[in-house]
Design a binder for this molecule. Structure first.
Ligand code: ASP
Length: 333
């Protein structure tokens, strides 16, 4: 029987109903888990490990490093890993781990639930069973398993607050389909060098959402000496205001002057940024900006945080950012 390491980090799946809402309930979960879903033990030999109990909104790069280290320490002992995690920032943590856990040859599956395990209409049961089973397969990457879909971790994003089908992967088909059987849609990697945990992240980054009437006076208050990179969430294929007092180009120039990387992403979830199509994109290239292609915000942010922690060379980081590292980016045909 395959050996599974089940890591608890919190989220709704670790909560209990409390009045009108829900609250983290560390005592209840571990006991409840096997009592409520005894079938889990038919799927794999499961070792549970409560790493931390947090609403996922409180997680940060330090938690990602702890989680990566926890997998690293246990890597040889288990065939697969399941991480119970809040849905709100699950795609960020999954993306961060996809860049950290290099040469991964085993499944690392994130899951959670929209409703606590203890509630009668919980989706936790189905997500857990699917995830434990996914972690017995030959998958060799970080995935998010939710509501019968398995997405590449660094391609997924939370799309719904209320639906059981909370996640989507706008620019990549699911990496596995769960029906009567589990069908993997990715082939095994050929030559895998030894597993290597490289988890380290820099916080010197900021995400700027462009919107109509965005005030340059506000941007002037940004202390660029504290930043190494800015991700700019632009409109459509990479557009932003270029006229009058709202012209964003001088800000890009200022960033370049200060050695701050400017990476352009879109507010639209589907398809890739194209900086050569409109004059704004072309001007952004002239001002030194780079494209995030079809990366999700979660992937672009965690990839840059990862790259910034591993290199001091702006040029090197910019080059690496535009090359796929863990299947997070489509290469132009
Ligand atoms: N607030 C919760 C969390 O992300 C939501 C969830 O788990 O669905 O921790």
């Amino acid at each position: 029987m395959k050996k599974n390491f089940l890591i608890q980090t919190g989220g709704t799946i670790a909560m209990s109903a409390k009045g009108e809402g829900v609250e983290l309930d560390p005592e209840a979960w571990s006991d409840l888990l096997i009592k409520q879903i005894p079938e889990l033990e038919e799927l794999a030999e499961i070792t549970t490990y409560p790493l931390f109990f947090e609403d996922s909104s409180d997680l940060n790069a330090e938690h990602w490093v702890n989680l990566a280290n926890c997998i690293d320490v246990n890597y040889e002992k288990y065939d697969g890993f399941v991480i119970l995690h809040g849905t709100d920032t699950m795609a960020y943590t999954a993306s961060a781990l996809s860049f950290s856990l290099q040469n991964l040859a085993k499944p690392v599956i994130f899951t959670g639930s929209q409703v606590p395990l203890s509630s009668i209409r919980s989706d936790a049961r189905r997500n857990l069973i699917n995830s434990i089973e996914m972690a017995t397969t030959e998958l060799q990457e970080v995935g998010i398993c939710f509501n019968d879909h398995v997405y590449r971790g660094n391609r997924a994003t939370k799309l719904s607050i209320g639906d059981f089908d909370a996640f989507g992967s706008p620019n990549l088909d699911p990496i596995a389909d769960i029906g009567l059987n589990i069908e993997l849609n990715v082939s095994p990697k050929k030559l895998i060098p030894p597993f290597d945990n490289k988890a380290a992240f820099s916080n010197e980054i900021f995400v700027l959402t462009v919107h109509p009437s965005l005030s340059m006076n506000v941007l002037d208050c940004l202390d660029l000496s504290k930043l190494k990179a800015i991700i700019v969430r632009t409109f459509g294929s990479g557009n932003f205001p270029m006229k009058g007092e709202f012209n964003l180009l001088p800000f890009f120039e200022k960033c370049r002057h200060r050695g701050v990387i400017v990476a352009i992403i879109s507010q639209a979830d589907y398809d890739a940024v194209n900086l050569t199509k409109y004059s704004a994109g072309r001007a952004a290239i002239q001002a030194g900006a780079i494209s995030a292609g079809d990366m999700t915000l979660e992937a672009a942010l965690t990839k840059l945080m990862f790259l910034l922690a591993h290199s001091d060379s702006k040029e090197h980081i910019e080059t690496q950012f535009q090359i796929p590292m863990a299947g997070e980016l489509s290469i132009e045909k």
